[in-house]
Design a binder for this molecule. Structure first.
Ligand code: CUA
Length: 186
């Protein structure tokens, strides 16, 4: 069968495009360091967070020489800790966030870092980031529509020079929102 020269060129070009699309998608899936939010953080009962060994007292823990864990509860329309008083961490440290929700699906994005996850009731999202050496104030925003106050749901992460960091000062923010989290008992 005789195939016209132009027909061959177009078939060839189409094949190159198809291969290109497959390569692009494959690279995006496995080559670019993009990971789906995993449930590796485990599951929790959103109704009994106040009895959970970590989420009953959300905040910063030191888990390594320069590695911190931060337990965060998202709920309409605050982060505990994070809203009202910033989460404080030493600049240049490694941080692993464990984020869950006490009510509906929220977002948890630390703007300017790779930390960007959903906060799903019943699930614990686990995200690790290397914080830059430069002390910085990062905004935390909710990027999942969660109700009438969604647009106001925000917080802060403040990194400070390691010499100025103390674990005491960084867990105090829980006071602001513990009332809400625990149904007002004080
Ligand atoms: Cu929480 Cu939107």
């Amino acid at each position: 069968m005789e195939i016209h020269r132009f027909e061959k060129i177009w078939v060839g070009a189409a094949l190159v495009l198809i291969v290109g699309f497959i390569v692009t998608i494959t690279y995006g899936a496995v080559g670019a360091g993009v990971a789906m939010v995993s449930d590796s953080g485990g599951t929790v009962d959103p109704a009994t967070l106040n009895e959970h060994p970590e989420f009953s007292d959300p905040g910063v823990r030191q888990v390594g020489e320069n590695h911190y864990a931060v337990y965060v509860i998202a709920q309409q329309f605050i982060y505990d800790p994070g809203t009202g008083q910033p989460i404080e961490l030493p600049a240049g440290s490694t941080v692993t966030f464990y984020v869950t929700s006490a009510d509906v699906v929220h977002g948890f994005s630390v703007v300017g870092t790779n930390v960007n996850t959903m906060a799903i009731p019943g699930q614990v999202a686990k995200v690790t980031a290397e914080l830059p050496d430069e002390p910085t104030n990062y905004g935390i925003v909710c990027h999942e529509y969660c109700g009438s106050g969604h647009h106001e749901m925000a917080g802060n992460l403040q990194t400070v020079p390691p010499s100025e960091f103390s674990l005491e000062g960084s867990t105090g923010s829980a006071d602001v929102s513990d009332d809400a989290a625990r149904g007002g008992e004080n």
